[in-house]
Design a protein around this ligand. Structure first.
Ligand code: GDP
Length: 529
């Protein structure tokens, strides 16, 4: 394939994550996007999967979610002349590292906000990651068919939490029972709201903000919207594509996902505004998406997706080149070669065998533990992409096996779950010390205990640990490191990639260690590589 052909494939790609606080309407909007793109025929299939998780307890819910997320966590659809890759982010409230890694694999994010609740905690955390990476964000304010906050208030809340300018592209006329529709501020026409869950052909469109027909038909809510729009015209910043692409401005759309309303505008915005895949930074050099040679990075690993086979699927975001089924690939970390024949894509929620993929696409590579989080696949070049974050855990538990005969299974399970990133596993420096689990959310422990039992047949006993902070440590001078490890042996542990960590039981202890050891650097975040 010529580089021109690759370039035109890359230009067509849009890869984005959909983020929200639970219950804002992410699942509903996802489903409607698929519906509008023609990727699914009947609305309800995404929902049905989700409904099945509601009955059980919280962690069982996650467990099920993990099970179904094979099909629903990455979805590919074609819309207009584009190929859109949509990555779901786990919706549960617990702070999860997985979500953050998903955000490293996308070029833009779609943020869904419940207009009644405004900006909620989970959204804020996700936004911080987007902000840190300057990810462009498109905002969808949902549920206008309900009694919600004043749209101007929602806007200013978004602005203050995001720390970026908000530029409304549409404006709602009324709300709840008096929700008349949205006024498209760019096209200068009104899209009339029609309730109902079916998609009834084309919406009614009435042109012109000063159109007496609209004023008469929608009355007071329209007058109010008119005044607000005038205010916005005077006060809101002009949309600037460069500022949006730099993550400094977000276009805002209003609608009601459940009623299929406002969905089309969002889909069009993804095609028209969201960026095609760009260059990616590796330690060695910057990798261009339209380079002829393939490269990709593992941003998510899921173990035991099929309980009958001990397989794991590595989710690889293609960074450059042209992936062809059966091509030979090298794992940069180990130098091992693989020739994946059964790579899967995620077209419209089915796992399908994949023949070709380009920058921005996500491919699933089944393997038996050869691939780890952060691994880079290339056609031979040694590359290490930067920026896949691991967060220093804030919660720790010691773990041991109830039946000592199953110690080996425990080790295997912990190694695999650690490599998958489900939890962080630390092996203490002191011989005979118990293995430690580190998490950033409490739920992670329960999920891991449950998975050890169901997937590895290990009954594990978790107990509280005296540690509650960790910092990865590095030193310019290996002698400093050696001395540090010797004098702090009881607080030293190694993670799955054998990176050295200092575990502390209090901020004061960490501070003292920092003061006493100027030659040692302490890191709250470890980037792979
Ligand atoms: P998620 O947790 O963010 O994926 O949210 P869901 O898509 O599951 O939606 C949460 C709840 O809000 C469900 O009961 C939906 O039916 C409801 N919902 C979603 N969109 C709308 C909307 O536009 N209007 C109203 N009234 N309810 C909605």
């Amino acid at each position: 394939m010529s580089s021109g052909d690759i370039r035109s494939e890359v230009k067509k790609r849009r890869t984005f994550a959909i983020i929200s606080h639970p219950d804002a309407g992410k699942t509903t909007l996802t489903e409607k996007l698929l519906l509008f793109a023609g990727a699914i025929q009947i609305a309800g299939s995404v929902k049905a999967r989700k409904a099945s998780r509601h009955a059980s307890s919280d962690w069982m819910e996650i467990e099920k979610q993990r099970g179904i997320s094979v099909a629903s966590s990455v979805m590919q659809m074609e819309y207009r002349d584009c190929v859109i890759n949509l990555l779901d982010t786990p919706g549960h409230q617990d702070f999860s590292e997985d979500t953050y890694r998903v955000l490293t694999a996308v070029d833009a994010a779609l943020m869904v906000i419940d207009a009644a609740n405004g900006v909620e905690p989970q959204t804020i955390r996700l936004l911080q990651v987007c902000r840190a990476r300057n990810t462009p964000i498109i905002t969808f304010v949902n549920k206008l068919d309900r009694e919600v906050q004043e749209p101007l208030d929602v806007l200013s809340e978004i602005e203050s939490h995001l720390g970026m300018e908000v530029v409304p592209f549409s404006w709602p006329i009324g709300m709840a029972r008096r929700f008349g529709g949205v006024f498209n501020l760019r096209a200068n026409h009104m899209r009339v709201f029609k309730p109902g869950q079916e998609r009834h052909g084309e919406d009614e469109i009435i042109p012109g903000l000063d159109n007496p027909v609209i004023a008469e038909r929608f009355g007071e809510p329209f007058e109010k919207a008119q005044e607000e729009i005038e205010l916005l015209n005077a006060a809101a910043p002009e949309f600037n594509l460069d500022l949006f692409l730099a993550g400094k401005q977000t276009p805002v759309f209003f609608g009601s996902a459940i009623n299929n309303f406002g969905v089309q505008e969002v889909l069009d915005a993804l095609v028209d505004l969201a960026p095609a895949p760009g260059p990616r930074a590796a330690l060695q050099r910057e990798v261009q998406p339209d380079e002829p040679k393939f490269s990709g990075v593992v941003f998510k690993v899921q173990a035991n997706m099929d309980p009958a086979h001990r397989d794991r699927v590595a989710f690889v975001r293609v960074s450059s080149g042209h992936f062809k089924r059966g091509m030979k690939l090298k794992v940069s970390r180990t130098g091992k070669e693989i020739r994946p024949n059964n790579v899967v894509s995620f077209l419209s929620q089915r796992r399908e065998l994949l023949d070709d993929a380009f920058a921005g696409d996500i491919i699933g590579v089944p393997n038996h533990g050869i691939l780890q989080l952060g691994d880079v696949l290339t056609e031979g070049e040694n590359l290490q992409f930067t920026g896949l974050p691991f967060f220093a855990p804030e919660l720790f538990q010691s773990i041991e096996v109830k039946d000592p005969l199953r110690t080996k299974q425990l080790r295997t399970g912990l190694t695999q779950l650690g490599e998958e990133g489900a939890i962080q596993v630390f092996r203490p420096h002191m011989a005979g010390g118990m293995m430690l689990l580190g998490a950033v959310g409490q739920l992670q422990f329960e999920v891991v205990a449950h998975r050890l039992k169901t997937e590895y047949g290990v009954e594990a006993r978790l107990s509280s640990s005296r540690f509650n902070m960790a910092r990865w440590v590095t030193a310019k001078d290996p002698k400093d490191m050696k001395k540090f490890i010797e004098t702090n042996a009881g607080n030293i542990a190694y993670d799955v990639v054998e990176a050295t960590a200092f575990l502390a039981s209090s901020p004061a202890q960490l501070r003292v260690a920092q003061e006493l050891n100027p030659g040692i650097e302490f890191h709250a975040l470890r980037e792979h590589g």
